[in-house]
Design a binder for this molecule. Structure first.
Ligand SMILES: C[S@@+](CC[C@H](N)C(=O)[O-])C[C@H]1O[C@@H](n2cnc3c(N)ncnc32)[C@H](O)[C@@H]1O
Length: 216
């Protein structure tokens, strides 16, 4: 989808666009700690695919930081309009319009990427979709590619903190298919997708940043 935000007609409303965009306070807080980990792993890659980009704040911030790579964002179709508004507004040459990707679909993209990034999406989508996320990864990840997954997880059946247990209750009350995922389940699914765990980074606010590498 190409949005023509900067046509003469739309430019009159340009100043209003930013205030109308979805905004995540959490993204503003976690983007720099995530960047610190990304900087260790983004060395000479040229392409990243982000799954579940949401408001697009991460996409804009990371595309600004890594000018030599193309940050391809994506989300389910119904979120694309506002996501692309933010992307268009950024005018970053390495941030193309977001693609429609629902991890439940067999085909995500005809292209392959060197790194896949997702933040705060696995506890929102259903467990079935989490499984589909890992089924889809090998089709779009280049050999020796990396997968970085940010969010909260539970370990050996236990939440890392009381606040994560409360967050899990809140998620499930909102949508019974959502919930903080088991680290062990994620690891099993990752292994089945040909991925090996490289790092489990403790992050602020009781989150983790898991780093996986494709083994072939
Ligand atoms: C809490 S938001 C996180 C957005 C952003 N990554 C962030 O960190 O703020 C969860 C995202 O997962 C996306 N999502 C949910 N189900 C999905 C699916 N089946 N396929 C792809 N994305 C999905 C939602 O549309 C939403 O953008």
């Amino acid at each position: 989808m190409k949005l023509h935000l900067y046509s003469n007609e739309n430019s009159r409303n340009k100043s209003n666009v930013k205030s109308q965009l979805p905004f995540s306070e959490a993204c503003e807080k976690n983007k720099t700690p995530i960047l610190n980990v990304l900087q260790k792993h983004i060395t000479k890659q040229k392409t990243v695919l982000e799954v579940g980009s949401g408001s697009g704040q991460h996409a804009v911030f990371f595309a600004e930081q890594f000018r030599d790579l193309v940050w391809q964002s994506s989300d389910i179709l119904e979120n694309l309009y506002s996501l692309n508004l933010r992307i268009e507004e950024s005018r970053l040459p390495n941030l193309p319009n977001a693609m429609a990707i629902n991890v439940d679909n067999a085909v995500w993209s005809k292209d392959k990427y060197e790194l896949i990034f997702t933040a705060n999406s696995l506890h929102i989508m259903s467990e079935k979709s989490v499984k589909n996320f890992f089924v889809g990864i090998p089709r779009v990840l280049k050999n020796s590619g990396l997968v970085l997954i940010y969010g909260p997880f539970r370990y050996k059946g236990k939440f890392t903190t009381e606040s994560n247990a409360e967050f899990d209750n809140w998620l499930k009350a909102r949508n019974s298919n959502s919930g903080i995922r088991s680290f062990e389940l994620i690891n099993t699914l990752a292994q089945e997708a040909g991925l090996v765990l490289v790092e489990d980074n403790d992050m602020p606010a009781n989150n983790q940043l898991l780093v996986y590498a494709k083994t072939n």
